[in-house]
Design a protein around this ligand. Structure first.
Ligand SMILES: [Zn+2]
Length: 473
């Protein structure tokens, strides 16, 4: 009798930084259930999101391609994926799978599912604590039950909105990592956050009125991770109860990380620092994948699809930019990359080059933080990236820049297209404005607006979002 095809459940967790999970070494026990899940499978210790933010990250995660091939680099990407690009649900539908997507529409890479479900994944201070992950489960678990009851194999993709901002985890997670008075007078820690004009209206809508302690907001992020972890366990319990555990590949991957109180980037996911690039990847498939294994080599989003298809026995002639992770799991290969190209295009347009030791960041136009145009960090001696060595190490900057430029030229030649980082000139959503001339212009122009506007930006409802942005200013 032929072996039954594997099911796939992919948890795409928005804004989850690897280093805030206890299984990745965080000192707070934020993810007890995912720690156990990781002990039942394989954890990739150095997995990166090379193309932040959401839109570009999921495009690579769900196609096996880099940004040169997907053409997607900007949050506000216009248009779809190129016609020849195939998404994971499109591969699996062809292979006879029932495919279902929860909480992910409006992204070029969300193309190709049979069914789309949505849930409420935002919130604000006025409406109280936000049970995003329970809202997700309320949709996802009945969908899982429906899919489990049929003969057809299934692919269920869940896009988690914890710990994406607003960080409003319900109790007891709100106080799990915080015992002080978040509005205590005399604490200046929130002043720079609330005086950052591009984001302050957004923060005021979901942070406690009168907040003075930045540690509270950080603890809300950690609480949201713990809340998500508990809700994912609810889902894993149901997978077990439905008898699916043995025949279902379950994968957790972050789209990008999050900046908290670091680098003046304030509770968002821009800045190509390690906190936004380093994301978790964990895979579990009993009897096939080893248990409790940690893969130390460098891996990227585009490695996921070729790995999943190989594990699921689905063949394709498509040549991916990423490579299968299975040789790393088997110990046949140490790493998929020696160094790699990184991009960001949400609130700043920058690119760079990362090696195991160094990170180069180059601004393609002035940014709204008034940061230097070139940043260079030694990741081994300065893992928090606090000491910019660009001025002290000009030869190293030139060397890394040359490696980056050579790579860009190679990929442009291979795809027959210019680097999408060079052509997305209205990436900020202000049509016709083009690249910012000064940091002041960027600072005066960029503005998140309300929680509703942020939601619409991500949902691809761009026309409406722009209208609201204009009205607010
Ligand atoms: Zn995201």
């Amino acid at each position: 009798m032929p072996k039954k095809k594997l099911n796939l459940i992919l948890l795409g967790v928005d804004s989850l930084r690897a280093d805030r999970m206890s299984c990745y070494g965080y000192h707070r026990q934020t993810t007890p259930h995912l720690d156990k899940f990781a002990s039942q499978g394989v954890r990739f210790a150095q997995n990166f999101s090379p193309h932040i933010p959401t839109t570009s990250a999921y495009s690579s995660m769900l196609t096996g391609l880099d940004a040169f091939s997907t053409t997607v680099v900007a949050l506000r990407h216009k248009g779809t994926l190129p016609d020849q690009v195939k998404t994971l649900p499109e591969f699996l539908r062809e292979a006879g799978y029932d495919t279902s997507c929860v909480g992910f529409t409006g992204n070029p890479a969300s193309r190709g599912f049979d069914v789309y479900h949505n849930f409420s994944g935002w919130g604000n201070w006025a409406s109280g604590r936000s049970p995003k992950a329970e809202n997700l489960n309320a949709v996802a678990i009945p969908e899982l039950e429906r899919m489990a009851a049929q003969d057809q194999p299934f692919f269920l993709f869940l896009r988690h909105m914890d710990p994406h901002s607003p960080y409003l985890p319900p109790g007891p997670f709100e106080r799990m990592f915080y015992s002080k008075d978040e509005c205590a007078p005399g604490n200046p820690s929130m002043k720079p956050v609330m005086s950052f004009k591009p984001f302050c209206d957004y923060f005021a809508e979901w942070m406690p009125p009168g907040i003075t302690d930045i540690d509270y907001v950080v603890a809300q992020y950690d609480g949201a991770v713990a809340y998500m972890d508990a809700c994912i366990q609810r889902l894993l319990t149901r997978v077990e109860e439905l008898g699916l555990a043995e025949n279902t590949l379950v994968v957790l991957n972050g789209d990008h990380g999050e900046t908290l109180d670091e680098h003046d980037c304030w509770f968002d996911h821009h800045g190509m620092y390690e906190n936004t690039l380093h994301v978790p990847l964990i895979m579990r498939l009993p009897g096939v994948l080893p248990t409790g294994q940690t893969v130390p080599g460098m891996t990227l989003h585009q490695d996921l699809v070729p790995s999943l298809l190989e594990l699921m026995g689905i063949r394709t002639k498509i040549k991916f930019d990423g490579s299968s992770l299975l040789p790393l799991i088997r110990g046949q290969q140490a790493s998929n990359y020696s160094d790699f190209y990184i991009t960001e295009c949400t609130w700043m347009r920058k690119h760079g080059w990362r090696t195991p030791e160094w990170k180069l960041m180059v601004a393609l136009e002035p940014d709204f933080h008034f940061k230097p145009p070139v940043e260079l960090y030694n990741l081994l001696k300065d893992p928090l990236e606090l000491n910019n060595l660009a001025d002290q190490e000009p030869q190293l900057v030139t060397h890394l820049r040359q490696r980056m430029e050579t790579w860009i030229a190679r990929r442009e030649k291979a795809t027959g297209r210019p680097n999408p980082m060079y052509t997305n000139l209205d990436w900020h959503g202000k049509d016709g404005v083009g690249p910012f001339k000064t940091s002041q212009q960027a600072y005066d122009t960029m503005h998140i607006g309300s929680v509703g506007t942020a939601n619409k930006l991500q949902a691809g409802n761009k026309a409406k979002a722009k209208k609201t942005l204009r009205k607010k200013r």
